[in-house]
Design a protein around this ligand. Structure first.
Ligand code: AKG
Ligand code: FE2
Length: 346
């Protein structure tokens, strides 16, 4: 895979940033975020993961050496339990508001920007590659507007083998949200680029990320994670989204991440914060709130049902995860019914 174009040399040049974003569908800025602050956050996050049993006993949390017996991913109750402990860290939420990043985002867009309330971290186990984030456009998950910007930053160095993000260069020019299919990978939605002739000549680009590096891209840019093929290292990263103040926001982005899998309120997130800085900050703005468009996930769920019925093990595992969740939902009812039916007939 080719290298991402590094735009750190033009970080103060609004015209050039905008031109490159338009041309490439991403901006990659080395060392944009404060290294010490990220490393401090890394220690806090990994210390919680260690308490949750995710790291090898006796190792330094900073090394992120995974206990592979504890492997889990988004959708597994065990993942959410530890993730939601990490999610209570004030420093994890605060980093999304950091001055260096907000300044660049406002320079790129020429508008006042805000992070979406739902911040996201990814805590990805090694050698668990069938759960790697598949190829997708962010709009299907986060919605709002197609101009929303995703900012992805590793929390610690992230060489290729640890499974950083790769972007399909120029793919945003397709100009529309595409259909996605069922995937066992994080987010459950995969975009099959072979179905689109426009993508045939485009190249995937990535890099060996270092702490502080940030990748910025809009909601139509096609991207994926690389598999974490290390022997024993956890990949820890941030992917937060930003919108223009005043733009519409999808209602689910006003809730804590994975709170549909296991209940978590903002009051619980904030319970141990020493101060109330940036709590409920979005309530100061008057962004129109839209209902989440569920057609993307609904289509993938229907596909998983059909695949499970035809014996597909990945689809069965997906349905089992939905069945194991704490939250009641029509999908959970259906998943349980289909799994029971399969058990009766096989
Ligand atoms: O980090 C990952 O595996 C997924 C991140 C992603 O897709 C994003 O930042 O939009
Ligand atoms: Fe994404």
């Amino acid at each position: 895979m080719n290298e991402l174009r590094d735009s750190s040399d033009v970080v103060n040049n609004a015209v050039e940033l905008e031109r490159r974003l338009d041309e490439d569908g991403y901006l990659f800025i080395r060392k944009l975020l404060d290294e010490d602050r990220l490393l401090h956050l890394r220690r806090e996050m990994l210390t919680i993961m260690k308490q949750g049993g995710w790291l090898v006993a006796g190792t330094d949390p900073m090394d992120g050496i995974a206990n592979c017996d504890a492997r889990s991913t988004e959708g597994d109750p065990g993942y959410t339990d530890v993730y939601h402990q990490v999610y209570r860290l004030q420093s994890f939420h605060e980093i999304a508001h950091c001055h260096e990043l907000m300044t660049v985002l406002e320079r790129i867009t020429g508008s006042p920007m805000m992070p979406l309330p739902q911040k996201v971290a990814r805590l990805w186990f090694p050698k668990y590659t069938q759960h790697t984030t598949p190829t997708h456009q962010d709009f299907v998950h986060f919605q709002g507007t197609i101009d929303n910007l995703t900012c992805w930053s590793p929390i610690g160095d992230c060489p290729r083998e640890l499974g950083g993000l790769a972007v399909l260069h120029g793919s945003h020019k397709i100009g529309r949200v595409l259909d996605h299919q069922f995937s066992l990978g994080a987010g459950s939605l995969n975009l099959d680029t072979n179905r689109h002739a426009e993508f045939a000549d485009l190249e995937w680009v990535t890099t060996d990320y270092e702490v502080g590096d940030t990748l910025i891209f809009p909601a139509l840019t096609v991207h994926k994670a690389l598999p974490n093929i290390t022997e024993d290292r956890l990949r820890v990263s941030l992917d937060n989204r930003y919108q223009k103040i005043g733009d519409p926001v999808a209602d689910h982005m006003l809730t804590p991440h994975l709170s549909t899998m296991s209940p978590l309120t903002w009051d619980e997130v904030y319970a141990d914060w020493p101060n109330d800085s940036n709590q409920y900050y979005w309530q100061r703005y008057d962004n129109p709130v839209h209902a989440k468009i569920t057609s993307f996930v609904d289509a993938a769920f229907d596909e998983a049902i059909e695949l499970a019925k035809s014996g597909d093990d990945r689809a069965k595992l997906h349905l089992q995860r939905i069945a194991d969740r704490e939250n009641e939902s029509p999908q959970r009812e259906t998943a349980i019914a289909v799994l029971n039916e399969l058990r009766r007939t096989t």
